[in-house]
Ligand binder design. Structure first.
Ligand code: APR
Ligand code: ZN
Ligand code: ZN
Length: 355
């Protein structure tokens, strides 16, 4: 699925995928989730490097590998991630590869069959396609008995939410957690908090349909923030204190402020919603000082694909993590434009393209 130019409709086209070069792999995509970032690419909000090959929450089977590739082999079932980290930069050496600044993604050598024009794969992946070319370091092997539609979710939004709770928020047994915004990302933060043993999980959204799903994912309480003040409601539900961890999964200044005031003194706020460049945040400086605690942001759930993907898939297969609940619908490649609409206005956690 190609985004040919700024605000132009997306369309299906024939592409040419070259043989993998050194350190690269060609992966036959089996499933790929539809994410806001794909829409932003199509609208020119991320880069002007059109045409884009969209799709980046994907799982599939390695078809072929290039010279020197030893970590994956043809036939392996893999989840793709945005970046093959270098392993040697300062961030990698300090154990924070999600901040790696020397990523080794595949060179962008896929082209449009009709014109020979080079494609820019979304987030270095481009997985709304029967096959794509990636760096082998973007492939993580997981248990092949899981459904591809479920596995692909860990490639982006659902991993971001799970990781915001488990990795960034460090949610622990007995904690109280509030999650503001219960789409795919916030829903995953709820599921992650439940998995981590949180005792109280308060889901906040403006849409009752999302709150109903949040309950299925492990929320113990729900608050519709159109009907009542979420900060008051969260305080009331936590004996007047606020939650130990509050996860903001909308990406707006007003919901961030709610998160800031809904946490207990010395609690943690995790920002996983992504703000736009023009947004500004204003907080009384004294409150930032006096309320203490930690204000964190979560980058791709601060995940380590090689550690987190296989573990989370295993937990799902053991029945301890209901990842299947995030697959609201499976669709065909040519239905993506309609899925974008449902993503914005519908009751969808994830639409997943199955190939
Ligand atoms: N208060 C509470 N909830 C809100 C508000 C608000 N003011 N505004 C929107 N929401 C809810 C929506 O009703 C929806 O359920 O936030 C949810 C957002 O979910 P999605 O649109 O499905 O987005 P999602 O994929 O979950 O991503 C959320 O995280 O990674 C980022 O870029 C992503 O910024 C986005 C955010
Ligand atoms: Zn690095
Ligand atoms: Zn995404």
């Amino acid at each position: 699925m190609i985004a040919p130019g700024k605000d132009e409709p997306v369309r299906v086209e024939t592409i040419v995928v070259p043989d993998p070069g050194p350190g690269e792999a060609v992966v036959c995509i089996q499933a790929c989730g539809v994410c806001h970032t794909d829409l932003h690419y199509g609208q020119g909000g991320i880069s002007d490097d059109f045409p884009f090959l969209l799709g980046h929450e994907a799982a599939g089977v390695v078809e072929s590998v290039g010279e020197g590739v030893t970590d994956v082999a043809p036939g392996d079932f893999v989840i793709l991630n945005w970046r093959a980290v270098c392993g040697t930069c300062r961030a990698c050496r300090r154990g924070r590869p999600w901040y790696c600044f020397d990523t080794h993604n595949a060179r962008q050598r896929m082209t449009l069959a009709a014109t020979g024009r080079e494609l820019s794969p979304a987030l270095g992946i481009g997985a709304f396609a029967e096959k794509t070319l990636v760096a082998s370091g973007q492939c993580t092997k997981v248990d092949p008995s899981v459904s591809p539609a479920v596995a692909g979710l860990l490639g982006c939004g659902v991993m971001a939410g799970l990781g915001a709770a488990i990795n960034t928020g460090n949610v622990g047994r007995g904690d109280s957690v509030a999650v503001i915004g219960c789409g795919g990302v916030g829903g995953a933060a709820i599921a992650g908090s439940h998995l981590a043993g949180a005792e109280k999980i308060i889901a906040v959204d403006i849409d009752d349909r999302k709150l109903a799903t949040a309950k299925e994912l492990g929320a113990t309480h729900t608050v519709n923030s159109r009907e009542s003040d979420p900060v008051e409601a969260i305080r009331e539900l936590t004996g007047g204190f606020g939650s130990d961890v509050v996860i903001e999964a909308v990406g707006r200044p007003e919901t961030y402020k709610q998160a800031f005031y809904a946490r207990d003194l010395a609690g943690t706020v995790v920002l996983v919603g992504v703000p736009t460049p023009e947004m500004k945040l204003e907080l009384p400086f004294l409150d930032v000082f006096a309320r203490g605690g930690a204000l964190k942001s979560s980058w791709y759930g601060d995940c380590l694909p090689s550690r987190d993907f296989p573990m989370l898939i295993d937990l799902h297969l053991q029945g301890r993590l209901p990842l299947d609940k995030f697959v609201t619908e499976t669709i065909a490649l040519d239905e993506i434009d309609k899925a974008f609409e449902r993503m914005l206005y519908g009751d969808v956690l994830r639409s997943v393209v199955v190939l």
